[in-house]
Design a protein around this ligand. Structure first.
Ligand code: PHE
Length: 475
């Protein structure tokens, strides 16, 4: 393929394709599974307010910073960071932001594949259930109509107790991800986003309307939007909100640099960053408004943690008319969202390996896929064989963390913000000002506001939240 970029890299076929792919990266299990989990366990409204503040003041400016590093360099994430540093007369050591990012994002993919494996499992069981409902001549019945709520909630522990099945599901998801990435930027990643994202939005709106009509919408609104300032001041809530903002917007020195590198020179990055952040936050809140009305309707607790989506929702679909259809639709939607995110997680290291070692795309994708699968075993087995292991008890807050919790927590709460901090200092203070400003597509007040946020607000806020997260006794 011929391309005009210096490194001979591929490009998206249009600005819309870039927005779709980047939104596909941002919208994922982070919105459907992690956001409701974090909101549910961190007091609902308290968390949501801090989350939105983190998105607007920290994540959005960083999203622009990362995509401009990529678009300017048109290289891999690390290559682009080195390039901008050199052009600014600064040390190539600033590419540390992308090195930390590459490690963190590849580590995220290892447990992301495990959770996505659970999603595949529920796609399977709900498809079988719907087939049974149709066979019984009652397609509009609730999900798993032949089982009690207790039995439905047992599905997750039963799955956890079966390491072979868990690992098989994880493997299936990693293979799907590798397959899409191996097909290339246009033929794989862009094509997947173009098909899956519209289907995703369609299903999400359908389920939200269903939840609003049938579920307890008022209770969900109260839960998500009643601010609890006392709770919001607890340091754990603040670092959870920041970590979620990074995770959900695919920030932290990885995906947005990688995808920005395939954007054309004409793309106005200030504008696209705003659209991507708006779409991602909108989907998180809509997902909350789809999930919590159903949870409250059947009188369940919102703070179930990581199993909320997998234990609470299927039980809720059981009690609701049409639940068999909606249940299947929900898990298919989650699988689509997970795939368009996991391909971006994999593309970060694949792009770098292709550039650095000159290997073909398919080889790079398969090689890293194998590594991700193997390390992912630690997370998959955290729910059974390795359930008693506590890998990092010496880090405050991680005393009881399993491998799964440790990899999720260390990447989301420490490494992504750390990379974001280096990025903010690099772009705000070190990189060539003229060059950076021109890449943003912003002018006048917008440019001034962005420069202030990236140079002052991001570094100070991220440092404060990182320190408070590690040493909560300071507050
Ligand atoms: N943003 C994705 C999600 O919400 C996860 C992700 C994180 C993707 C970091 C790429 C990079 O599911």
């Amino acid at each position: 393929m011929v391309s005009s970029s210096p490194a001979g890299q591929a490009q998206w076929s249009s600005k819309a394709a870039f927005i779709l792919a980047a939104t596909g990266s941002a919208v994922g299990l982070g919105n459907l599974w992690r956001f409701p989990t974090e909101a549910g366990t961190n007091g609902g409204g308290a968390f949501v307010i801090l989350y939105i503040l983190c998105v607007v003041l920290i994540a959005l400016p960083l999203l622009l910073a990362e995509s401009l590093i990529g678009r300017h360099g048109q290289r891999s994430t690390i290559g682009s960071a080195v390039h901008l540093a050199r052009q600014s007369g600064a040390s190539p050591a600033w590419s540390l932001l992308a090195i930390v990012g590459l490690i963190a994002n590849t580590a995220i993919l290892t447990f992301y594949g495990v959770v996505a494996g659970w999603v595949i499992y529920f796609v399977g069981t709900s498809a079988a259930d719907l087939a049974g409902a149709i066979g019984a001549g009652d397609p509009l019945r609730g999900a798993y109509a032949e089982q009690s709520v207790a039995q439905i909630q047992e599905m997750m522990p039963t799955l956890f107790a079966n390491p072979v099945l868990l690992v098989g599901l994880q493997l299936a998801f990693v293979v799907l991800t590798v397959w899409i990435v191996a097909r290339g930027v246009k033929g794989g990643i862009e094509a997947a986003a173009t098909w899956l994202m519209p289907a995703f939005f369609f299903l999400l709106i359908g389920i939200t309307v269903y939840a609003a009509i049938i579920g307890d919408f008022a209770a969900a609104l109260t839960f998500l939007f009643t601010p609890d300032f006392e709770r919001a001041l607890q340091p754990g809530v603040l670092s959870a909100a920041l970590g979620q903002a990074f995770f959900s917007l695919s920030l932290g020195g990885g995906a947005m640099i990688a995808y920005g590198a395939y954007a054309s020179r004409e793309t106005n990055l200030g504008q696209t960053s705003g659209m991507i952040a708006f779409a991602d936050t909108g989907v998180a809140i809509i997902a909350g408004l789809a999930i919590f009305p159903i949870v409250f309707f059947v009188g369940m607790e919102p703070n179930a943690g990581p199993t909320l989506m997998f234990q609470t929702l299927p039980a809720a679909f059981n009690a609701m008319p049409g639940g068999a259809i909606v249940g299947l639709a929900f898990f298919v939607l989650a699988l689509f969202a997970a795939l368009t995110s996991s391909v971006s997680l994999l593309e970060i290291s694949v792009g770098w390996v292709i550039e650095k070692f000159g290997v073909g795309r398919a080889k790079a994708a398969i090689g890293i896929g194998v590594l991700v699968f193997l390390v992912g075993l630690l997370s998959a087995l955290s729910f059974n064989v390795l359930a008693d292991q506590r890998p990092i008890p010496f880090i405050p807050g991680f005393e009881n963390a399993t491998w799964f919790d440790a990899i999720d927590g260390v990447t989301g709460k420490l490494l992504l913000p750390l990379s974001g901090l280096i990025t903010a200092i690099f772009i705000g203070w070190v990189a060539d000002r003229k060059l950076v400003n021109a890449e943003t597509g912003l002018k006048g007040g917008g440019l001034g506001a962005w420069r202030f946020l990236i140079a002052w607000v991001c570094p100070l806020a991220v440092t404060a939240i990182l320190v408070l997260g590690l040493f909560p006794q300071l507050l």
